[in-house]
Write a protein of this length. Structure first.
Length: 466
């Protein structure tokens, strides 16, 4: 099974959640298939409703979530890991489906979590639901939809008998712990300065204690998982953050990128008096949408209008302008020490090219692999941040799926559906590529000699063993 993590950051063998394995299969996994276009390696294909959650594996079963755009039905699905047979399917009815990006979004985005006996599923339109592994509903904790035109993307993780959920949106952002047994709220920590981001928290074992790593707009933070207390924070992140933090011993690697944050291509908002001078036609000291003729502002009006009264005041304008001003696109190597707001000196190195928007980087054997839109792969040395290689994959276009590795191979999946297999070595070598002709948003999953690829239409199981 895909278990464990970086040295000193292992999870329990029964614990499964998004990136709990850091994208690495255990040593000894395989043989994994190299050529997915070889008909002999496809064990089964099961048609599914759409969804972008990454499948998780437990007790011989595969769990994932789906969304039917016609019926507006959200569902949790369990399949037999060996055969792909449907074991159970549990739909839920939400009062309303959250708003999401119609081209690249979905209402079933969050990856489930599992502790070996219970399954935890989160829908931004409904809330958190707990099932036993046979599909019997044990409890639910209703929440959402949230104030966010792109929906809720962060996935739940399970830590010490609690489900941890981070939700950063336009308003009312929070980090919360919910009891796995009862579904009752254990603690809830407001994040008033956090604006929309979609990163799943990570668990860090540091100096004999556990910390929650929460990446949000502009900063990376550490929290006490028992109490929800903020322990430390360090600035230097993008204005929208999607990748998961990667702990490795006493270091944390954090990649974040968003449009308008690159050097030489930065977006900035005018000072409030300047904006009023240009657009406040009725001289009421506020800005309405019809008054503004700047596309960069018009496109962001919804998220800037915090009270949704149809106008922007100076407080709303300055909040968004400050996010643009402080945003940085980079991957940081951070060695946090201390409490409170940490100094920039605790950033060991920073690299600003090839940074992914969505896909979480892969760290393995002292190398960080990053893939960004366009199929650009950047390899960095973890110790120094030195560039090792910058190459291009066979699949172009967007990259939402996080790469995974096992059996000496790294698997990359493009949004358009091209999976490229690269040798996990210092020298660049593409081993194969295969076009599924179906969109891919969820990360591949490895189990022993099998790799599971979820497209927007089906789940495929490939096996490299004879």
């Amino acid at each position: 099974m895909l278990v464990g993590g970086a040295q000193g950051n292992q999870t329990d063998a029964n614990t499964r959640y998004f990136r709990s394995d850091f994208g690495r299969a255990p040593k000894g996994s395989g043989p994994l298939p190299t050529r997915l276009n070889d008909p002999s390696v496809l064990r089964w294909r099961v048609n599914l409703d759409s969804g972008q959650s990454t499948p998780i594996l437990s007790n011989g079963r595969i769990f994932l979530t789906t969304y039917n755009n016609q019926s507006k039905e959200l569902a949790t699905v369990a399949l037999d890991q060996k055969t792909g047979e449907l074991l159970w399917r549990r739909p839920v009815t939400a009062g309303s489906i959250e708003t999401f990006h119609q081209k690249t979004g979905n209402a079933a985005v969050a990856t489930p979590a599992c502790d070996g006996s219970r399954l935890y599923v989160f829908f931004g339109s409904y809330g958190l639901i707990c099932y036993d592994l046979d599909g019997n509903k044990l409890w639910d904790h209703r929440m959402g939809p949230f104030r966010d035109e792109y929906g809720a993307g962060s996935s739940p993780i399970n830590v010490d008998g609690n489900i941890i959920l981070n939700q950063d949106h336009d308003t009312d952002s929070f980090l919360a712990a919910i009891d796995c047994s009862t579904g009752k709220l254990v603690w809830k920590t407001p994040r008033p300065d956090a604006v929309r981001s979609y990163a799943t928290p990570a668990l860090w074992s540091h100096e004999g204690r556990k910390e929650l790593l929460v990446a949000g707009a502009l900063e990376l933070s550490g929290y006490d998982p028992a109490s929800g207390k903020l322990l430390w924070s360090i600035p230097g992140l993008a204005r929208i953050v999607i990748p998961v933090p990667i702990p490795d011993g006493d270091m944390i690697y954090m990649a974040s990128w968003a449009p308008g944050g690159d050097s030489g291509k930065r977006l900035a908002l005018d000072l409030w008096p300047t904006a009023l001078g240009k657009w406040d036609k009725n001289k009421d000291g506020k800005l309405s949408l019809p008054e503004i003729d700047d596309r960069e502002v018009v496109d962001r009006f919804f998220r800037m209008d915090l009270d949704q009264n149809g106008t922007l005041d100076q407080k709303e304008w300055d909040r968004h302008a400050n996010v643009f001003r402080l945003a940085q696109n980079a991957i940081l190597a951070v060695k946090p020490s201390g409490r409170g707001e940490l100094p920039g000196s605790q950033v060991v190195w920073k690299y600003q090219r090839g940074i992914p928007y969505v896909a979480t980087p892969l760290l393995d054997a002292g190398i960080i692999w990053m893939v960004k839109d366009g199929g650009i792969v950047t390899k960095l040395e973890t110790a120094s941040g030195a560039l090792l290689q910058e190459e291009r994959l066979a699949g172009l276009g967007g990259y939402y799926a996080s790469p995974v590795t096992g059996d000496g191979k790294v698997y990359f999946a493009s949004e358009a559906g091209v999976v490229t297999v690269v040798a996990n070595q210092k020298d660049w070598q593409i081993l194969s590529s295969h076009d599924f002709h179906e969109k891919i948003y969820s990360a591949p999953v490895i189990d022993e000699s099998r790799i599971f690829i979820r497209t927007d239409q089906a789940l495929h199981a490939f096996d490299g063993s004879k």
